[in-house]
Design a protein around this ligand. Structure first.
Ligand code: FAD
Ligand code: 2HG
Ligand code: ZN
Length: 461
């Protein structure tokens, strides 16, 4: 243990602190597998006071801190590869308060997303942000990345649901931001600075979340689509007629990878593209409208087959085809793109990107999927067996540069929902202007004067 760590022990004798090599390895990485974990130590505080004392110690000692949630991040934001202290919120995972009148739930930042969803449901309401990592990702991590997921089309990103935050800034001050007020025009809304801050401004220790009405009864449809160009027309046909809760697409390759881990083929024939869509069926008219959308698409050759869920179990089976993709690809160490454009720009962007990547990646398998109804594409390039990761990443980075140029032309973003972290840092200036990045640096200096909060992530200070 270093002298600095001994002094931390002296300040906080009750703090759970580990330098065990297994812990350093485990807590020093996220879902990206590109960096070798090398943190100084892992601290697992149990209270806001302990978090504050750790941050003050870090400032006194000049030790960098990596805030850490469930480490399901896909952009390297929670990676600690340079002797940082990992500050894990894992033990701060309790529901603290529910207010039925405000319809808010206050939780510690380490609470897993699924626990928050369950707590809301038990109180007759809903926390509507949702995605496949729900069991392991934390609310603090969701806020720090402004996580999206499969229901953004209906409910928006995490940002929409953050009513108030308690944070420990990089300078070690505890701030209550917005105090869950619905209306508050009293100056800058500092709460929103922490949304998508990726741990670079301080530590989110508690969040007060807005809750929604329970979701309406829904049905799930799986559609087979013959061609990429039809996707957005199918989307328009459904959006015009039903209240969409989700509209997600994936390719035949994606489905093959998911089915390799079990499950049944949804159709006898293979199709190049699929959409899984969920929509409200709270009145008789809505099911008729969904069927009308389907028939319209079939008549116009936009959809070649379809199946509608007849039970919750069947709905879950259809969803598994979409939600199982990331896990099913993990063993191929994919290089991931997570890009977005405005929905109106999607048809032109899709056409250009498909042509671009078809030409740029003849040697690699590319799997496309994503939240097409939000203008968000996930493009996973699979590493061939036996190829060195560094060489593979270098090849993919060249293509990402071209993709980034296409995003500039179409006014898009290099990170729709996963964050910039380490993975997308060198492309930030394609999405944000130099003026914006300069302001972000200034904001960081104000909240983290010694540049100790997750240094090297998002941009270099
Ligand atoms: P971590 O990975 O631990 O951290 C992420 C970032 O937040 C880091 O920069 C970290 O420093 C910072 N951070 C964490 N906690 C705090 C805190 N308390 N205070 C300050 N900073 C903090 N993401 C989506 O948006 N949509 C999806 O559909 C989606 N699907 C996924 C599916 C799978 C199978 C997997 C593995 C990941 C998926 N993700 C998705 C990515 C990931 O789950 C999200 O980015 C999630 O929000 C990360 O939460 P986490 O707690 O794991 O954060
Ligand atoms: C999803 O939408 C996640 O499933 C993960 O955002 C995307 O694995 C990916 O690239
Ligand atoms: Zn996603």
């Amino acid at each position: 243990m270093t002298d600095a760590l001994i002094r931390l022990r002296d300040r906080l004798p009750g703090l759970r602190l580990s330098t065990d090599p297994g812990d350093l390895e485990h807590y020093g990485r996220d879902w990206t597998r590109r960096w070798t974990p090398a943190p100084l130590a892992v601290a697992l505080p149990a209270s806001v006071d302990e978090v504050q004392a750790i941050v003050r110690w870090a400032n006194d000692e000049g030790v960098a801190v990596v805030p850490s949630g469930g480490r399901t991040g896909l952009s390297g934001g929670a990676v600690a590869a340079n002797g940082e202290l990992v500050l894990s919120l894992e033990r701060m995972n309790r529901v603290l308060d529910f207010d039925a009148i405000d319809r808010t739930l206050t939780v510690q930042a380490g609470a897993p997303l699924e626990a928050v969803q369950n707590a809301a449901r038990e109180r007759g309401l809903a926390y509507p942000v949702d995605f496949a990592a729900r069991g392991s990702c934390s609310i603090g991590g969701n806020i720090a990345t402004n996580a999206g997921g499969i229901r953004v089309i209906r409910y928006g990103n995490t940002r929409e649901w953050v009513a108030g935050l308690k944070v420990v800034t990089g300078a070690g001050d505890v701030l209550e931001l917005n105090r869950a007020l619905v209306k508050n025009s009293s100056g800058y809304d500092l709460r929103h600075l922490f949304v998508a801050s990726e741990g670079t401004l301080g530590i989110i220790v508690e969040a007060t979340l807005r809750l929604a009405d329970p979701p309406p009864p829904t049905s799930v449809m799986l559609l087979a689509i013959p061609s990429f160009e039809h996707l957005m027309q199918v989307f328009a046909a459904f959006r015009e007629r039903v209240t969409l809760e989700a509209f997600e697409f994936f390719t035949d390759r994606a489905i093959e990878h998911v089915l390799a881990h079990g499950g049944q083929k949804p159709f006898d024939d293979a199709h190049p593209f699929y959409v899984v869509t969920e929509f409200a069926v709270d009145e008789e008219a809505s099911m008729a409208a969904a069927m009308a959308a389907f028939e319209h698409c079939v008549e116009h050759g936009l959809v070649s087959d379809g199946v509608i869920s007849q039970s919750d179990a069947q709905a879950a089976q259809l969803w598994r085809l979409r939600e199982g993709i990331t896990e099913s690809l993990a063993k191929h160490v994919p290089y991931k793109n997570d890009v977005s454009v405005r929905i109106s720009a999607m048809p032109a962007f899709l056409a250009e990107t498909q042509a671009l990547l078809g030409e740029a990646y003849p040697q690699f398998e590319v799997v496309w999927f994503g939240h097409i109804g939000d203008g968000n594409l996930h493009i996973n390039v699979l590493k061939p067996d036996g190829m060195a990761n560094a060489a593979f990443v270098a090849d993919c980075e060249q293509v990402t540069r071209l993709l980034s140029d296409a995003l500039v032309r179409h006014g898009g973003s290099i990170s729709a929902e996963h964050g910039i972290g380490l993975v997308k840092k060198s492309y930030l200036l394609g999405t944000r202007s130099a003026g914006e990045v300069a302001l972000m640096r200034g904001i960081k200096r104000a909240l983290d004067p010694n540049a100790l909060m997750n240094p090297g992530k998002v941009f270099d200070a």
